[in-house]
Ligand binder design. Structure first.
Ligand code: ADP
Ligand code: MG
Length: 468
């Protein structure tokens, strides 16, 4: 069988291994020949070959057997070509394709004689999303700290905090930042071996290594990287042996002063079913959270995306106020926000209309409905207390001091304005006060608003904080 014939046979493998695995691991294989029942494939690097042998050899063998008789084995080997090797040495960047061009490994075979290039290890982890770069990450108040810390790690200088622990709710940019670090490191420090993967993949590989009695290889691989990034680490909580292995990997790398970046959906201390010693280890470095987005950040993200879409959908007009409307109304997470914009553009180009508020309302009705947040009186009390620097308990307590009573009235006023609750209901939530007290509070604020500019500023700010 020739390599061309193999090209046809291998396509059948897509359904067995999935499209991603296929492009990453199967396509780059070159069949060099079949002899004595052994099919030999040329692979770019040793690591690549090991990985394919371990994970896909059976599939490949089964597939080949459908057209080649007497086959018993497949084998991987790395070609050594001295001329290619010097070419790479002269143009070191040739071995580092930018991830935006291709997520698949394109390390020339000679790369292995130079180093075990960052790239093959890169793809040995999860595929990086080429769009997730620092350039495309919009920085705002809620994420500036996380962004700055990620930037620092991406410089690849001396390790100053280990691990970097990023946490925050879903869709706030954790994965985006981690991929951005990996991309940046590839460019700045191409010799570093960067491994990015989700905790789920970590577990999957570990279990596989156990099953195939290759735990030593597993350990060796994970201990040989320069930068390890594990996304969504909460996933391994409660998975005892995986946690254990993760802990050892973690310690081994920290001992070697290798950088680790971890993300989770909550703070280390709050991850349930995670061993205490792991939690405390995770807290040793820098723990930063990505706060929920605010209006300005959402608007910034939308503006950036629109620039992108303008190129894609030439001639589409987006009316004033649409982005502001979306930033105001869709507060859940950035993924939903992006989805809304994508849908708007696709829809508008389909029907050939301008993107205006009406179109947005129509086309995004379901998303808008789901995002309608029901503001509670408790939230209002909390925000107001925070703003005026008083205790939450004072909101409902009996104190009559002006520096407490006034914020309390502000909270009453906002509760009346921003929730559908009746006066008696509001009264109950303010420590069982009578509804007349609430009326009095609301009137007082209405009265003062027109004369007290500080108060009206406060109200404006609080409203915005509460409604976005
Ligand atoms: P997480 O991993 O925290 O759940 P992701 O990193 O997957 O979230 O982000 C979800 C989506 O939102 C991605 O498409 C990402 O590019 C986008 N996104 C999140 N935050 C930002 C930001 N600050 N700037 C630009 N895009 C962002
Ligand atoms: Mg994520």
């Amino acid at each position: 069988m020739t390599n061309d014939a193999w090209g046809k046979v291998r396509e059948e493998l897509i359904s067995r291994v999935g499209k991603n695995n296929y492009t990453t691991w199967i396509e780059p294989l070159r069949l060099s020949g079949i002899q004595h029942g052994v099919a030999r494939f040329e692979v770019p690097t040793t690591f690549f070959g090991d990985w394919v042998s371990r994970n896909f050899a059976d599939h490949i063998l089964q597939q080949l057997k459908t057209s080649v008789t007497g086959l018993s084995r497949v084998e991987m080997f790395v070609a050594t070509r001295s001329e290619a090797s010097s070419a790479v040495a002269n143009q070191p960047t040739a071995a580092q394709p930018t991830p935006s061009q291709s997520p698949a490994p394109r390390v020339p075979s000679a790369a292995k004689s130079r180093t075990r290039g960052a790239n093959d290890d890169q793809v040995a982890g999860a595929t990086l999303d080429a769009r997730f770069t620092f350039d495309s990450f919009v920085v705002g108040k809620p994420n500036e700290l996380a962004h700055a810390a990620a930037r620092r790690v991406a410089e690849g200088g001396p390790v100053s905090f280990n691990p970097l622990f990023l946490y925050g709710g879903v869709g706030l940019g954790k994965t985006h930042l981690m991929h951005a670090i990996a991309h940046e490191l590839q460019v700045r420090q191409p010799h570093l071996r960067v491994l990015y993967l989700s905790a789920e993949q970590f577990m999957y590989r570990f279990v596989q290594a156990l099953r195939e009695r290759q735990v030593m290889d597993f350990k060796e691989l994970f201990r040989s990287v320069d930068v390890l990034m594990v996304d969504d680490v909460q996933f391994i909580a409660g998975k005892d042996s995986t946690q254990e292995e993760f802990f050892h990997t973690f310690n081994a790398l920290v001992d070697q002063n290798k950088q680790i970046v971890i993300s989770a959906d909550r703070a280390p201390g709050e991850i349930k079913d995670m061993e205490d010693r792991i939690k405390s280890r995770l807290q040793c470095g820098l723990v930063v959270d990505l706060h929920p987005t605010d209006y300005e950040l959402r608007l910034g993200i939308l503006q950036q995306k629109v620039e992108f879409y303008r190129n894609q959908y030439k001639g589409l007009v987006i009316a004033n106020g649409v982005l502001e409307f979306l930033a105001h109304r869709i507060t859940t997470n950035v993924r939903v926000l992006e989805g809304a914009l994508t849908r708007l553009f696709a829809f508008a180009s389909l029907v050939g209309r301008e993107i205006n508020l009406d179109l947005a309302q129509d086309c995004l009705a379901d998303i808008l409905r789901a995002s309608d947040r029901k503001l509670t009186i408790e939230e209002i009390q909390r925000k107001v207390a925070e703003h005026y620097n008083i205790r939450l308990s004072d909101m409902i307590g009996p104190k009559r001091l002006r520096n407490i009573a006034r914020p309390r009235q502000v909270a009453m006023y906002l509760s009346k304005q921003l929730t559908p609750r009746s006066l008696p209901e509001i009264g109950r939530r303010f420590g069982g006060r009578d509804h007349t007290t609430i009326i009095h509070g609301v009137r007082k604020i209405e009265e003062l608003m027109s004369t007290d500019s500080q108060l009206s500023d406060d109200l404006l700010l609080l409203r915005r904080l509460l409604q976005t």
